[in-house]
Design a protein around this ligand. Sequence first.
Ligand code: MG
Length: 248
Amino acid sequence: MKDLAEVWQLAKADYLKKHGFGDISLKAVLFDMDGVLFDSMPLHASSWRQVCQRFGLHISPDEAYRFEGRTGASTINLLVRREWGRDATPEEVRDIYEEKCKLFNAAGEAPQMPGAEALLQKVQRDGLTALVVTGSGQLSLLRRLESNFPGVFSAEKIISSKDVVHGKPSPEPYLKGLEKAGVRPWEALVVENAPLGVRAGVAAGVFTVALNTGPLPDAALLNEGANVLFPSMQAFCDAWEAFYASIG
Ligand code: MG
């Protein structure tokens, strides 16, 4: 078996070749929020299931994970089109999303992802800027970023659904993240748990680390072009020093 440093160096060489970049010179790490910084996906999945029942729509158990990264409006439109054969009206989008947020907030507080705080400390220690790039407009979680990870995410380091026209899988959120950080694609990492988020990071030209923190198979992330995959945030945090030495 190849040792991990070798796997990471090969992944880096593949990445540089694919994009025609000379080297990686890390300055910033762009973190997705749900399923990466907060263990919030089970609550999202169950609130999507409940709101769909209420409005006569259907979502299968793993679709909440497969659709993750889209804006709420985009997910609602997809479900309405599939079920009712037409676009959702703006009122339907508003009502369904409001109800979904209410159900999410009533379900209790999503815990921090184990390993997230420790990894953020390491990233800061190593002089890298950490940003959040999320398709979410969930105010309850966005507000918690500053209080849960003190000194890491001030408002100008957060890109949320209100900052973009096109959510993931468009590269726009990650391109905005690069712009806010003032860095080029080869100076950043994307950390993602969702297939569409991985696709967005890859399309933005950034080395993309997939964390499989949910129920989908690894292939769902690797097939979207993830450069490396870890089985959890804790595993990524534990490997950080060796990984950074191989990649950065
Ligand atoms: Mg996510």
